[in-house]
Design a protein around this ligand. Sequence first.
Ligand code: HEM
Length: 432
Amino acid sequence: MVIAGKLCFTWFGPTPVLNIMDSDMLKEIFSRINEFEKPHPKAIGDLFISGLLEIEGEKWAKHRKIINPAFHYEKLKNVVTATCSSCEEMIRGWEKQCLAGEVDVWPPLQHLTGDVLYRAAFGGNYDQAKSIILLQQEQMSLTYKVLQFAFIPGWSLLPTKLQKRMKEIDHKVRGLLEDVVTKREKAMKEGGVDEDDLLGLLLKSNMKEIQESGHQKGMSIEDVIQECKAFNLAGQESASVLLTWTLILLSKYQDWQDRAREEVLRVFGNNKPDFDGLSRLKIVSMILNEVLRLYPPVFMTMRTVHKKTKLGDIQIPPGVLLFVPIILIHHDPEIWGDDAKEFNPDRFSEGVSKSTKNKLCFFPFGSGPRTCIGQNFAFLETKVALTLILQSFKVQLSPSYKHVPIPLFTIHPQYGVPLILTRIRSNSLIRN
Ligand code: HEM
């Protein structure tokens, strides 16, 4: 039922839902974080999200303050180094595979972003992270199944096979992360390691709290593990999805691929991308924004209303779930024009605020205080990977590619992404 303009009322099982597409209301929802809070995922029986993604109020603010320094732009130089190392390994693999025919780039891109996250945020590598990532991927598809039953009251309390497996996965992931965390903690205590990556900062805050207060007041080791779990999920999945849809669209729109490659070669030649040069990639940024508009990896977000409140002229009772359908707003012809569904990076040629006329209608990373903390991380990693790929290959869609985007928390290509990769240099190892 449409209430007024861009407001639509529905039900999700027993829960009343308001779909919000109005720019002014969205600004309110994203900024008034005490009234419109993130819904607690346990309310729908899932177990996989935790940490910064779900916590509320003061605890969230405290955690975010601790973590923020690891995400300052200058601090993210290690993302560039980590992506270069990891991407070179991937490209070497593709060079061998492409001689034998097409390459399904979807699994390697998922590995890539997992590896980058581990190297840059946790000081490890993909081999250590592999089991955790695979378990979390399984957890996500199980959670998706759970959601289909979530409207049946009490279903989440039943001891079903699904619930049992989810608990088992949660337990295993927790154990694996505990191992990563305690190893680093030991190394830090022995004085060997003092890194300001994400894990280092989380652990330093834990140690500082203990030293200062003599007892645990701040981020406990349990909190640290939960945060690592959340970052694993948030940091790996969406970035791989962005890179994947970018390669699909550049394969489809060869003119944009040529323009992106020209720019990459103008800025870096055949050298490895460096931190400062990445900010000069204007065409690549326009392309990434357009991919994020058409295929926003996180295609919707939610808030819940905790106490009776007013949004615009409407009184909203507590318990209402607010759905923010990012993808629908990004595809709205009233905002983006008749070509809203077409790939046209030129619409971002004068920057995001010009193309959105300063309305809140493009927000692939959310908005307001609870906006994505990893936005710069994701942009750097994607630009580096794209630079190295475009320096090495011309990419085309294989005739076997089927265009079936499916929403599985993020938008996945259901049948993978078989590409034909043509090497454009005899030796694609990038110069230092
Ligand atoms: C293309 C890649 C990415 C996209 C599209 C994306 C998108 C989003 C969105 C839409 C939200 C929810 C915002 C809201 O509800 O207002 C979010 C939250 C979050 N993201 Fe990302 N994200 C990406 C990459 C990353 C990366 C690489 C990391 C970490 C390294 C990360 C960490 C987080 C965290 C921790 C939150 C919760 C923030 C909070 O509640 O304070 N994300 N992201």
